[in-house]
Design a protein around this ligand. Structure first.
Ligand SMILES: [Zn+2]
Length: 77
């Protein structure tokens, strides 16, 4: 088998681990499986499996919705 050096397109298998329970998943399925990607505040996104996401973020998500401080100041430059 030869691997083309220059055209790394499409066949990258990325495995993600839940930040909470270390559950493994193919990154391609995290959307369908409703994984949550949560910003760690430093520009990185941490994956959370659906169960952990619900447990961890239910409060925060609810709060985020409650504190909907989107002022929507639409200004065309
Ligand atoms: Zn988990």
């Amino acid at each position: 088998m030869s691997r083309p050096a220059a055209s790394g397109e499409g066949c990258e298998l990325v495995v993600v681990n839940c930040s909470e329970c270390s559950r493994e998943a193919d990154a391609r399925f995290t959307i369908a499986e409703q994984w949550a990607w949560w910003s760690d505040g430093f520009g990185a996104l941490l994956p959370f499996c659906p169960e952990c996401a619900r447990r961890e973020f239910e409060d925060r998500i609810t709060l985020a919705h409650a504190a909907h401080k989107d002022h929507s100041e639409h200004r065309a430059a």
